[in-house]
Design a protein around this ligand. Structure first.
Ligand code: NAD
Length: 334
């Protein structure tokens, strides 16, 4: 079976979605859509599909498709997702959206609620955990190799000079880190405490330290920055995750590049470089979108979709709690 796909928002990221659908053996890209006519038209020509300048126009055209990606951006990289997503969900199409699900909790809730009401799959491109190394590390946790989990620490930083809003860094980048942490913790955050700092010469809160308490007792810490990415570009630049248990800990660098297990009572380490053949973060788009395709082909029930809209909403709530904590100087309960 071939799934016919439409992509809305033809910036850099929408084009990555379009390329994945074009190359995937089980999908056919049938339509692209962008407010900017030149982006839509150029993409339509490049991928040999129909091009539209609004979702309304695309829906009225009668073009047939089975699901859509929404890779719009907007305020804090998430403000524009709501309108096209609501139109598509209302018309009965499963949607894979970009992160953040929204920079506005009420709009995120409305999209999740509409997908649920219409019994539609709604996923978000929380791609960082769709790597062979992350899956392998998760299996270590599930089979008890680390023992009881105690701590989870994440560092995620990139260089991003964007100064568009005070909490752009937290809202646009940390859906990823908080989702990865939640995935490995296997638990929900109940308490949040955060400090922010503006980097040198910056107007926005471009650095953050967040303490987290999960409902299974794990304590977590997130260190984030838009003034970061140290060392040679692209090398150990993006993220470092450490999960610490009673019997051992692991460190996962850059989502897929290096996974090391450190047993607590032994000196022999186990290290995997580019586990499963994945060697760079950029490959996570293909693996995450392919997983979304597989789950649609398998008719997975909407509530079983991995990295769902509901999951993305949880991350966004933690983000808002961190901002509230900084503004009120309090520990915020979720
Ligand atoms: N998952 C990841 O690792 C990752 C990485 C980077 C960016 N992103 C996310 O991808 C998204 C897109 O990023 P980008 O850099 O490609 O943004 P962009 O601004 O370059 O492109 C977005 C496009 O969407 C179009 N658009 C907006 N609203 C529209 C609507 N209602 N109908 C039709 N077109 C519309 C705009 O005209 C624009 O061309 C953002 O949400 C960003 O946060 C995700």
């Amino acid at each position: 079976m071939t799934l016919r796909v439409a992509v809305v928002g033809m910036g850099g990221i929408g084009n990555i979605h379009a390329e994945v659908y074009t190359e995937h053996p089980d999908t056919q890209l049938v339509a692209v859509c962008d407010f900017l006519p030149e982006r839509a038209d150029q993409a339509a020509e490049a991928y040999g599909c129909r091009g539209f300048h609004s979702v309304q126009q695309m829906l009225a055209s009668g073009v047939e498709f089975d699901m859509a990606s929404v890779a719009t951006a907007g305020e804090e990289n998430g403000g524009a997702h709501y309108e096209p997503t609501m139109l598509l969900l209302d018309a009965g199409y499963p949607v894979l959206g970009e992160k953040p699900i929204s920079n506005d909790i009420a709009e995120a809730e409305a999209m999740v609620a509409l997908a649920r009401a219409n019994n539609l799959r709604y996923g978000i491109n929380l791609n960082h955990r769709f790597t062979p190394a992350a899956l392998f590390a998760k299996e270590w946790i599930l089979r008890g190799r680390l023992g009881e989990l105690n701590m989870i620490d994440m560092t995620m930083w990139i260089n991003n000079p964007n100064e568009s809003s005070p909490h752009f860094h937290m809202r646009a980048l940390h859906p990823h880190s908080l989702d990865v942490m939640r995935y490995f913790a296997g638990a929900e955050v109940t308490k949040v405490h955060a400090f922010f700092k503006k980097g040198a010469g910056r107007q926005i809160w471009s650095n953050v330290q967040v303490n987290l308490l999960y409902d299974n007792g794990i304590i977590g810490h997130l260190r984030g920055s838009y003034d970061g990415n140290f060392g040679a570009a692209g090398t150990y630049g993006l993220e470092t995750l450490e999960v610490v248990g009673a019997e051992g800990r692991f460190v996962l660098r850059d989502a897929c590049e290096e996974l090391t297990f450190y047993p607590r009572f032994d000196t022999q380490l186990e290290r995997h470089v580019n586990y499963g053949g994945m060697s760079h973060f950029s490959q996570t788009f293909k693996s995450r979108i392919s997983h979304w395709i597989d789950q649609n082909l398998a008719n997975v029930p909407p509530e079983k979709i991995d990295a769902s809209g509901a999951d993305a909403l949880v991350a966004q709530r933690i983000i808002e709690a961190a901002i509230e904590s900084w503004e009120t100087e309090k520990v915020v309960s979720l």
